[in-house]
Design a protein around this ligand. Structure first.
Ligand code: DGL
Length: 263
């Protein structure tokens, strides 16, 4: 029975997997976290494209009918280049977040935060401008946010002070909407909200991504007709680390994580 394939550089994509499971409980899921090569956020475009192709080929071997690139860096660098090279539909996390942000902004000033790679690629900016050329985009890389989340530093003075520094240009630009353009950032929502102020809308694209997956599968008549999907988790290294972090990202520990070689 074919599945929905999801990949990320590591654990972060579980925030997207969680939403897909919630909205599509009868679908089988194959998740791949490239924990041997994480983080992608500081790697070059060519490297992220190569890793993404290898991850997709791995998922295709697991009989997947649709692939979700649940990593902002891979979606930014690789998706525009590779999306039409495979027979299975491939969707990323950028477009759903962009649509929601352009719809939400009142003053047409949108902030984007992400890894160094995501910000450097300017993919968010390009897609926002395509949808509404009048929107002013202010982007900022927040590289320390990923290790903070993985270490469980989700609040406190150190995190607040780093967030204040990173988000300064967004505050100065008067943005009313901010895209959380990295899988890990939804876990820092309270800190980010406090720094930006309660009136700023934070966009976490996971829900929209899951909705998009559902839309594609139903329009192509590819939804699973059986009841109760099965979920498989693969990583390229350190399954124990992945399982324990899953608690933070998914709200539950995963017991069935398998390590694979030669991805
Ligand atoms: N998953 C990555 C992203 O959303 C963050 C972690 C990494 O740098 O690999 O951009």
């Amino acid at each position: 029975m074919s599945s929905i394939g999801i990949f990320d550089s590591g654990v972060g994509g579980l925030t997207v997997a969680k939403e897909i499971i919630l909205q599509l409980p009868n679908e089988n899921i194959v998740y791949f976290g490239d924990t041997a090569r994480v983080p992608y956020g500081i790697k070059s475009r060519q490297t992220v494209i190569r890793f993404s192709i290898e991850n997709i080929l791995f998922l295709l071997k697991q009989d997947v009918k649709l692939i979700c690139v649940a990593c902002n860096t891979a979606s930014s660098f690789a998706l525009p280049v590779i999306k039409n090279h495979f027979r299975a539909p491939i969707i990323g996390v950028i477009t759903p977040g962009v649509r929601e942000a352009v719809y939400a902004t009142q003053n047409k000033r949108i902030g984007v935060i992400g890894t160094k790679g995501t910000i450097k690629s300017r993919t968010y900016e390009t897609e926002i401008k395509q949808l509404d050329p009048k929107v002013k985009v202010t982007a900022a890389a927040c590289p320390l946010f990923v290790p903070f989340v993985e270490e469980g530093w989700l609040k406190g003075e150190v995190v607040m002070s780093v967030a204040r520094t990173y988000l300064k240009p967004l505050c100065a630009a008067g943005v009313d909407t901010v895209i959380l353009g990295c899988t890990h950032y939804p876990l820092l929502k309270p800190v980010i909200q406090e720094v930006l102020g309660k009136n700023v809308i934070l966009i976490d694209s996971a829900k929209q991504v899951a909705f998009e997956v559902k839309k594609i599968l139903s329009s192509e008549d590819m939804l699973n007709r059986g009841k109760g999907g099965r979920h498989k988790y693969y990583v390229s290294d350190n399954p124990e680390w992945f399982s324990s972090l899953a608690q933070r990202f998914m709200g539950r520990k995963l017991t069935n994580v398998k390590k694979v070689d030669n991805v």
